[in-house]
Design a binder for this molecule. Sequence first.
Ligand code: DGJ
Length: 728
Amino acid sequence: MITFDKTQGCFQLEGDGFTYLLGVSPNGDLHHLHWGKPLSTAALKKLLGEWKKRAVETEHHVSREFQRREFPDFGHNDLRTPAFQLEHADGYRISEFLYDSFQILPGKPDFGPGPSSRAEEADQAQTLKIILKDKLHKLELDLYYTLYPQRNILVRRTILRNRGSRALSILKLASASLDLPPAPWRLVRFPGRWAKERQMKEAALQEGTLRLESRRGISSHEMNPFALVTPGEADEERGEVYGFALATSGNWLIEAELFRDQTLRINAGLNDFNFKWSLAPGKAFVSPECVMAYSASGFSGLSFNLHRFVRERVVGGFWQSRPRPMLLNNWEATYFKFNHDKLLQIARAGKEAGLELFVLDDGWFGRRDDDTTSLGDWFVDKRKLPKGLRGLSDDIHGLGLKFGLWIEPEMVSPKSLLYQKHPDWCLHAPGRRRRMARSQLVLDMSRPEVRDYLFGTIGKALEEARVDYVKWDMNRSLSEVGNEILTPNRQGELYFRYLMGVYDLMARLNQRFPKVLFEGCSGGGARFDLGVLHYHPQIWTSDNTDGLDRIFIQYATSFAYPPLVMGAHISSVPNHITHRSMSLKWRALVAMSGNFGVEADITKWKPSERKELADYIRLYKEIRPIIQFGDFYRLENPHHSNRASWIFVSPDQKEALLFMFQVTPPRKGEKQTGIKLKGLKANQTYEIKELGLKASGRKLMEDGWLPKSFKHPKGSYHCELFHFKANN
Ligand code: DGJ
């Protein structure tokens, strides 16, 4: 529910578990008054009384730095980090945007191209639009707040409109910005690198400005565009938690500025690094979205809501609520070395094991025998596949499997027909060397003719091969980000134009192939974000398929993203990256904790291993609805405990799947503690018949449970899956 109290000059946005309060000061500044637990009438009155006093004083005597502001402009006496910065036609960078008017809209407006969380029915969401104006330059700033009350989520974005007669430059424009009250603020971030994405790190903030960001043109391995802040210590159950997830897949920025008075300013949106956008008269610039989530009950509460939000409002289309097929991918099985018969042999073994989809990864096109050639030449390599893609696809379909294909649309190899024909189609600057990574250059996705070519050639391949699934890869950061067509004053627009071009191609291919399941990928998980999830309903989590490393990666990824969207595959041992050998059971339970698949030449496995694999596949098929569409709770943190464990609960709470992994061996004499389950119905009795276990949900959640096999685990890497069922 969104309301405006005219006498107080304040906006109130009420989620089921939070209140967000904004005030318009007497001179028209927008102030942030509260985001947190719902306020009683008395508390609200007190808060407004104090604010009124402060707001008047500030205007007459003291600096705006004494105010907690909402979307602060630049150029006055608040010298904290601004939410946006403009360069006007006269060269001045001073802006003054004051409150003008507001609208309360049902549902969510259409913001045009680019990712956008959905609200199909007007009662699913409500949107507040606050209009600020800079009268001197005739500029308008529209701040949008879409409230998803049941999920305790606010989705924000900003539109800057030039209603004046001269062009200006946008140097920075956040999607969301607010000042949180004084507290011993802590921040959780998700940094990483290739094969080690999203490692959770938590620390107290110190005075100064912390920039979490990507400058790589992709959301990056190095830092995920998601962060949490907590006003003091928080854990899975306790403490207030504020989450910020950006629905953008390029250069992003989350700034956290802890000020001298311990207030915390958060700005989140596009990165201002190397950004400059020229806004002509009559034009508007629309920022990407920032999804802001609140929980008064620790990390669990926040993830619970974010997971449902991602599944229901971010992921869309045909696959939104359909069980995802269990796939077999040939990458780790063959790399570039395969032919029709070899693929068919692997696929046949996959079918026998119970898998449902065969994915042909990199190497099927041009003359691609290694990673130095052919990107851009999306034509089948008849040396490897003499019957063509269609011949292979027919044979795969003939086995009763679906057929999937790997592509990397945004790239071109200098050794390719495409590059010979169009050397100017890659990102480049005249006179500058074109730096390669993985022997490839990046196509300039801002150019419509490049996108048309890709749409045409890739579309044709997908159509001819009757493809059911596509893995969209992207294997390098952007460099030499230049474009000879853009005018000199527009070079700073290229990162964002590139990204919008990528989204455009994704949207066009989704539209042309509405039933094809797309999986995002970027050298593993370098583009794991809400922007990609708008187009691709699942993402490859990491190239690292090592069972132990994956525990940490999937654990941290689950803070924002539901297991449904996390590609998780069993591969052969020793692992191709870590050379470690985890048991098949361990690898299977890790893969079952996400969107399950296999990535191995299982024709080389022993018959006993293939049988064991088939058993896991059968089991996953049974439990798939709970894993993919149930609720997920982390129970034990592998960073702080010698176990990792988590639980999936069916939407009707009648079944629960407890996964436990002994990540480090217990020390001698160390007492193993029980584990408190979550998400069950307190007054329901649950059983595990094979173990003779019967207990109420309350007992399992309050007293906890220690499975016998974990009392004295043998060996280091003991793991189990326990299936609880309600007994009526
Ligand atoms: C990177 C991906 O993450 C891998 O799964 C694989 O598709 C390779 N690229 C292929 O080049």
